[in-house]
Design a protein around this ligand. Sequence first.
Ligand code: ACM
Length: 264
Amino acid sequence: MKAGFLQYSPVFCDPEKNLLKLSEMLDKAPDSDLLVLPELCNSGYNFESREQAMAFSENLNDSKFIDFLQGYCQKRNTWIASGINERSGDSLFNSAILVGPAGLVGKYQKIHLFLNEKDIFSPGNAGLPVFDTPKGKIGLLVCFDWIFPEVWRILALKGADVICHCSNLVLPGFAQRSVPVHALLNHVYVITANRIGTEKDLTFTGMSTIADPSGNVICQSPPENEDIAVFDLDFALARNKQITPRNNLFVDRRPELYKDLLTL
Ligand code: ACM
């Protein structure tokens, strides 16, 4: 299983230039089974208003961005996880999609909105799906979701081999330090694809990361440069939740004692 990410700067509010840029990056990518792209890749991030974000959103049933990704997946027999500015009726969602050679596989809508996103997007209500593909079981998260351990655990319990974390991170390296720990605690692979560049007052922090189920950092990009990384991942490692001969990460859980999580 070859999987990795693209680290680059999506073009703000210019769909044509944006697809050209992405196309340039994808052309340089080596063969892979799964590529992860940053958050809000079809539109850019730092909108002045909800109206501006709406103007550059796409309905997932009629999306040039998804058609473009599908074309690449067909040509290269691969799957792509990407952030997308999703319009659904009158609502906007900061979503992640999984696309394969046959088109859209499914979506996740960011549950935990960051800063001004709260003025623009609705909090996600599409749950925390895990998609069973010919390449493995794939879960999706978006950026600030990283700080909530519950979502990582739910995706792991649902059988995710790899969690694709589409990001536009701005806090200084916090998520990049945490992602290997989430990988370790849940015994899954994590691929964080973070963007670079600046949009108005926000500078994005790069350092896209792949972590293995033991929490090892397989690779981490520099903070400011474009980067493309693809590595061999062994999903058998993620499926083995045995920590010691007498300890299994899932079997040893005591969910009957965790009920406070639902009420506090
Ligand atoms: C973020 O959630 N884009 C920081």
